[in-house]
Design a protein around this ligand. Structure first.
Ligand SMILES: [Zn+2]
Length: 272
């Protein structure tokens, strides 16, 4: 199950994320193919809307209130332990439903493509489980698929909230210079074999670098990391790093403040 979950997450999270940034190939056509394969067929989400939201909102307006403020990840009506440890298990079920909601206004051809690729992906999972792994019924294969898709959904939700929420938040009117926006609004987690493999450096230990240079591949992010951290140190710019355990403790203890209440605005006086 761990192998299936890891293999699935490598393509549906790491692959999808890098494909959405066109970091997997120099060819536009190949990038589009990877995007559709990884995000839609493997990840059961919409490449069209997913990529737009990630690039045009999350990256362009990182931590800007009302735009890229990560509020999409907040579900304030759930208690902290349910949100952090139980709700993520529903991500494999919620993902295609959200995708169908998001594609409603797109051109008919894209709606048909997305519905076909998502259905094809789910059918392929079940087909392989029945033909190769020896599952006897479609239902048991489907449940197995949901289970291994859910294995990494707890750290997936955690990583998404740990690296931006609780850091500096900016007003759309007073957005600081890009380098300060990313330095104050993004955090790196330490390296970890499972997370490096499944989510990739750009989402884990090189997230600051990824926000500064979003088109770099995972390997290049790792190479520029020492240069970026050294540059930040020389220029007295904060380089946010914290451990997974410490972020988890913070989110459990300050759940109300971080995930329920509206975030406070930060004004970086004097350095803009
Ligand atoms: Zn990104």
């Amino acid at each position: 199950m761990l192998l299936l979950g890891t293999a699935h997450t490598v393509v549906s999270v790491k692959g999808s994320h890098l494909a959405s940034h066109s970091s997997l190939s120099q060819s536009k056509l190949w990038n589009k193919l990877w995007e559709v394969l990884f995000i839609e067929v493997c990840g059961s989400f919409t490449a069209e809307v997913g990529t737009q939201q990630h690039l045009k909102l999350h990256h362009a307006y990182t931590n800007v209130i009302g735009l890229g403020d990560s509020s999409i990840w907040k579900a304030p009506f759930f208690p902290r332990y349910i949100y952090l440890f139980i709700l993520p298990l529903a991500v494999p079920v919620i993902t295609p439903i959200v995708a169908i909601g998001l594609i409603q206004d797109l051109p008919v051809t894209i709606i048909i493509r997305t519905l076909s690729t998502i259905s094809l992906g789910m059918w392929l999972h079940c087909y392989l489980l029945i033909q190769v792994s020896g599952f006897r019924s479609l239902l048991s294969a489907f449940l197995c698929m949901l289970l291994y898709k859910a294995i990494y959904s707890i750290p997936y939700i955690h990583v998404n909230i740990f690296q931006h929420i609780g850091l500096a938040m900016f007003s759309p009117m007073k957005k600081p210079k890009r380098i300060y926006q990313m330095a104050y609004g993004v955090l790196n987690l330490p390296r970890n074999v499972l997370l490096d493999w499944s989510f990739g450096h750009s989402l884990i230990n090189c997230h600051v670098e990824h926000h500064l240079f979003p088109k770099l591949s995972d390997n290049m992010c790792l190479k520029v990391k020492p240069i970026v951290s050294e540059y930040f140190k020389q220029h007295n710019i904060p380089y946010n790093e914290d451990s997974y355990r410490s972020r988890l403790r913070l989110f459990i203890n300050k759940y109300q403040e971080l995930m329920v209440d509206a975030p406070l605005l930060t004004e970086l006086v004097g350095i803009q």
